[in-house]
Write a protein that binds this ligand. Sequence first.
Ligand SMILES: Nc1nc2c(c(=O)[nH]1)N[C@H]1C(S)=C(S)[C@@H](COP(=O)(O)OP(=O)(O)OC[C@H]3O[C@@H](n4cnc5c(=O)[nH]c(N)nc54)[C@H](O)[C@@H]3O)O[C@H]1N2
Ligand SMILES: Nc1nc2c(c(=O)[nH]1)N[C@H]1C(S)=C(S)[C@@H](COP(=O)(O)OP(=O)(O)OC[C@H]3O[C@@H](n4cnc5c(=O)[nH]c(N)nc54)[C@H](O)[C@@H]3O)O[C@H]1N2
Ligand code: SF4
Ligand SMILES: [Mo]
Length: 683
Amino acid sequence: MALGELRVLGACPLDCPDTCSWVVTVRDGEAVGMRGNPDHPYTRGALCVKVNRYLEHAGAADRVLHPMRRVGPKGSGRFERISWDEALEEISVRLRAIVEEHGGEAIWPYLGTGTLGYLQGCEGVAGRRFWNVLGASRHFLNICSTAGNTGLQRTNGTPGGMDPETFALSRLILLWGTNTLTSGHHLWKFVQEARAAGAHVVAIDPIRTRTAEQADEHLQIRPGTDAALALGLLNVVLSEGAEDRDHLAERTNGWEDFRAEILKYPPERVAEITGLPASDVRALGVRLAHTRPTGIRATMGIQRHAGGGAAMRAIAAIPGVTGDWRHPGGGVAYSTSGHFHLNIDTRDDLLAAPVRQLTMTRLAEGLDESVKCLWVYAANPMGSTPDQNRVRERLLREDLFTVVMEQFPTDTVDYADIVLPATMQVEHTDLHAGYGHMYLVWNEPAVEPPGECLSTTETFRRLARHMGLTEPSLYDSDLELAEQLLASGHPSLDGITVDRLRKEGWVRLNVARPFAPFADGFPTPSGRLEFGSGPAYVPPHTALAGEGPYPLALLTPASHTFLNTVFGNNPELLRRSKGPRVVVNPEDAARRGLSDGDRARVFNANGGFEAVVEVSDRVRPGVVASTKGHWRKLSAGGSTVNAVVDERDADMGRGAVYHDNLVEVAPCAPCDGREPATMSEST
Ligand SMILES: Nc1nc2c(c(=O)[nH]1)N[C@H]1C(S)=C(S)[C@@H](COP(=O)(O)OP(=O)(O)OC[C@H]3O[C@@H](n4cnc5c(=O)[nH]c(N)nc54)[C@H](O)[C@@H]3O)O[C@H]1N2
Ligand SMILES: Nc1nc2c(c(=O)[nH]1)N[C@H]1C(S)=C(S)[C@@H](COP(=O)(O)OP(=O)(O)OC[C@H]3O[C@@H](n4cnc5c(=O)[nH]c(N)nc54)[C@H](O)[C@@H]3O)O[C@H]1N2
Ligand code: SF4
Ligand SMILES: [Mo]
């Protein structure tokens, strides 16, 4: 090793199940290399096509490096550089006036998923102590996974399920509403291990994704109808007499009612609902009936529908009936977050009185006159939130004081009054947990922040000091916060300390290996899996397709080259994304006079966006798809996919409905044809 060269262990902060452990090479204070940590048992040395460019991104010319104040009209993205002192002073004066005149609830602390860090991001609800002292409104982060979480919580008592490493032991694997090779590719090694031992792999997805292409079988299901398929598969399991009667009797509640529900879904009826051949439903049902262990990987894609919660419940019921939870490699893996019992001390005792809750996916609705300050951090609502045009209208409100803490001049930054420069992961300390594995991962800062960037924790400490707040816990250091998080007393964290994490980089939770989470019962109040009552299949909004002016069901899944809107401004990843595209089935394309490579407008009553048409049977007739993550100001026509997404809730957990919207696609004559604007310049 050359003199002055260091290896610093860190963690990928992005909203991805894999939470990679990485190694940064630092030479003379500069990060000169980053690679996946080969010692990490789950991620084993690989990053991904996006994060391989993390250092390039951190050094990009468009990084926000200084505090800025708006000089042009709202939305113009025109700013002047100011000092941190000026920024803190202006913010303090405005916040104090707002609290005095309208009460703390007039502040909306809008925290997104830009980093999942327990210190700097959403897992530990960064900033919440500060907001509690001011009495700000509560922010409900429902943008990603809440419908599925709620469905699983009701069924199993926790959203946590299988340890994804145990897929290596599965003999039938259902990749159900999940695009493994794009949105968390490290699972694939375990899938391949199982395959080498004879496992059969089935992808269930309305799109023939790169994952579906690699599976042994692909069921191209109609969107939002998965609960019906789950019930149909169980119907076949019952006809085969393959239900695990001991498991049902000893470990579950509500079987008799649920059994009656299952009997209403024979394969022929399921075929009508799902659009799958009845023979495929029957064949997979027979396979499921006779293959132990069956491991089901379902992630967030499946629950972004009107019936998303019910879909996760129906899927979670499968191992209750087959008894798969008895075996490592059996069960359902949605997210492992529920297995990490950290002590998230948001100090809600600091609130003087109870406060209202505002909902992340209802930003347009929520941003009424009662909100006087919107504080956006680790989020990009102009790109990621439903009903983009209405969100934009609200952000233009002259009486709204908007502060955005950011690394890049995003579409949301353009609407800020004050912009605060934020550190990136190689420049701050954080503690992470994978939501697709069982490890805590530590992130040690590798380099000094560029310009005047500050971490989230440090920004709130400085603001508290500037405002003269006296609550001592607002000044806890990053290492003190990390120690508090690990001090929950839960046995899975025994012996896991900050010192150990800093030395080793990552530590597995203290749980058995292989891990079968419910082999000894379920963490529900009854200790049993709850099949539940009420309709087991809730139809999607798009079941109305064909009846109105917007007959096509639009899916808007993850892009291979971006992580939500992060990297949307990286020139190479943007080039590889090939720009906003819409995949249209040949039948639907022909009917509309659309050819491959044409420009088209995708629209409904909410608005529309422009995309290049890809004519392909990767989607079934009646379904179109376009990925999330593009930036408005870098897209022709100046709007993106969320311009057509409704502000509407799923059946459980107020979940978002990103994959359950109706649109029409038309050739581009009515498009405005405007070329993408260049990135706004800051002074
Ligand atoms: N490269 C990349 N990776 C990412 C992300 C990214 O933006 N880019 N995003 C990250 C985030 S925030 C999250 S939450 C996770 C999400 O990861 P995923 O759960 O994989 O989320 P999606 O891509 O939305 O959806 C996954 C698949 O579900 C399918 N799907 C949609 N509706 C249905 C349905 O009704 N039934 C079935 N069976 N399938 C359906 C979609 O076609 C898609 O192929 O990934 C993370 N990883
Ligand atoms: N159409 C459609 N839209 C979707 C989805 C979909 O499937 N379809 N998926 C939804 C999902 S699953 C999610 S999770 C949401 C995500 O929505 P958001 O939570 O709004 O996340 P991003 O759009 O990725 O924006 C995160 C921003 O945080 C910034 N950032 C990153 N790290 C830090 C940091 O340490 N400090 C600060 N201050 N900023 C930081 C990044 O630069 C980025 O601009 O998008 C949702 N939007
Ligand atoms: S985005 Fe996911 S796969 Fe890529 S480096 Fe981060 S955690 Fe790993
Ligand atoms: Mo997400």
